[in-house]
Design a protein around this ligand. Structure first.
Ligand code: NAD
Length: 439
């Protein structure tokens, strides 16, 4: 498994739990050291225990030495990052290509090379071309196996997936070596009720982007309906409940929020839009989704400035939550990274708390923001409470705990974690998304 990040580490540990012998190859020496000492470089519930158990069982190891690991491997997974290339919407495939070149140098005959990273359509064949060019005589197989796990639920998602998408070069005729090997690796998920879905390489690559783009679009649609509710007196919770009970729509990903973020939706929508433009079939829906999501984060910041009466310089804001969602330390493309700099630049005093994200957030956000050890400390002297992440520890806070610490009485619950009536009864002004604020 090349790459010891969210996907490589979780996939490696889970495939070991399925019975495979896995070596996770990580090229960042600091990260590798941590892995070797059993300290997880990322926060993911249950991961440390799973990794420890699989290492103890002798099925999971960490190394920086791909050459040695490949000599005893029948399959290699590429699970490296594919960020957005600077200055364009393209996926940066430099890590994938570097991994392909390293594999080509050391691959034993008959190796199955699987792309697990999220990559634009055509990348699997590029990987094959890189290997073929370097080693024309090598026999190898190529597959695409995009990963659908969600940070925060990664282990359960991997162990009990809705489906495992596997793209192969050939689908007809007798089961290929690649198919048989992947069925063996995913044996607990195969069988008559199997969740393995085989298709062509291109279809598998597109399935991952199409699924993420569709979800990003669904979130953005809910955000726009929330704005419409606010402007017209509707209640988004009622509207989305009514929509979601239609099985053709479904209830998930319809909760309004401060805009989608994270390491996947922003870059995957960009990459899909770019691939589609290049293919001469632009995806207008996705292009619009990207623009609407960017605008939303800025508009929320402007709304907060307006609530402060235009002069926010004397306003202290307690920010609860920095990560793009709960149960992760991932700060990539978090809405906080757009909203907080705008508030800071306008002169607001910001006091922030996040259970997992502060270590990274303080390197990405402007200097001068105070980070506190608890959410209650963030609320000390605050005029407003701004909820940006739906951490359960925040949902458990009550107006009775917060009121004595705060100077003002304004709550901006942009994750719908609290019950409006409780705050109104305690004398707060309570704003959430998708419901017209009461005075
Ligand atoms: P990450 O940045 O957390 O991890 C990538 C790791 O690979 C890093 O530790 C890096 O040091 C290592 N690496 C890069 N090149 C290497 C090389 N040549 N040899 C050894 N190690 C190398 O990234 P991630 O979040 O795990 O994402 C990996 C891929 O999976 C991306 O394409 C992403 O889009 C996709 N994905 C991510 C998620 C998610 O929730 N994070 C979910 C599904 C799919």
């Amino acid at each position: 498994m090349i790459g010891g990040g969210y996907v490589g580490l979780v996939s490696g540990a889970c495939l070991a739990a399925f019975g495979a012998n896995v070596t996770v190859i990580e090229h960042d020496p600091a990260r590798l050291d941590r892995l070797k000492t059993g300290t997880m470089p990322i926060y993911e519930p249950g991961l440390e225990e799973l990794v420890a158990a699989q290492r103890q069982a002798g099925r999971l190891a960490f190394s920086g030495d791909l050459a040695t690991a490949l000599q005893k491997s029948r399959a290699v997974f590429i699970a490296v990052g594919t960020p957005t290339r600077r200055g364009s919407g393209h996926a940066d495939l430099s890590y994938v290509h570097a991994a392909a070149r390293a594999i080509a140098t050391h691959a034993p005959d008959g190796l199955l090379i699987v792309t697990k990273s999220t990559v634009p359509v055509g990348t699997g064949r590029q990987v094959a071309a890189i290997v073929r060019q370097a080693r024309p005589d090598l026999t190898f197989h190529i597959a695409s196996n995009p990963e659908f796990l969600r940070e925060g639920h990664a282990i359960a998602d991997f162990m009990q997936p809705d489906r495992v998408i596997i793209g192969l070069e050939e689908q007809l005729g007798a089961p290929s070596t690649a198919r048989t090997l992947l069925e063996t690796l995913y044996a607990p998920l195969s069988g008559p009720e199997g969740r393995l879905l085989f298709m062509g390489l291109e279809s598998a690559e597109l399935t991952k982007y199409a699924a993420n783009a569709f979800l990003a679009m669904k979130v953005t649609f809910a955000n726009e309906m929330a704005d419409l509710c606010e402007a017209t007196g509707g209640q988004i919770a009622d509207v989305t409940r009514g929509m979601g009970m239609d099985p053709r729509i479904g209830p998930h990903f319809l909760t309004p929020g401060p805009g989608y973020g994270g390491s996947c939706f922003p870059k995957d929508t960009q990459a899909l839009a770019t691939s589609a433009r290049q293919a001469g079939t632009p995806t207008q829906l996705i292009e619009t989704t990207i623009a609407a999501n960017e605008a939303r984060k800025r508009r929320l910041a402007e709304r907060i400035l307006a609530l402060a009466g235009g002069d926010i310089t004397r306003c202290t804001i307690a920010v609860l939550g920095l990560t793009f969602k709960a149960h992760t330390d991932d700060m990539r493309q978090a809405p906080a990274l757009t909203i907080l700099p705008l508030l800071h630049e306008a002169g607001a005093t910001l006091r922030a708390h996040d259970p997992q994200g502060m270590e990274t957030a303080c390197t990405l956000l402007p200097k001068g923001i105070t980070y506190t050890a608890t959410p209650l400390q963030a609320a000390e002297g605050a005029d407003m409470l701004l909820v940006l992440t739906e951490w359960p520890t925040f949902a458990a806070l009550t107006p009775g705990q917060l009121a004595p610490r705060m100077r003002g009485r304004l709550v901006l619950d942009y994750r719908q974690i609290w019950r409006k009536d409780e705050w109104l009864e305690a004398g707060f002004h309570y704003h959430c998304l998708g419901s017209a604020p009461l005075p």
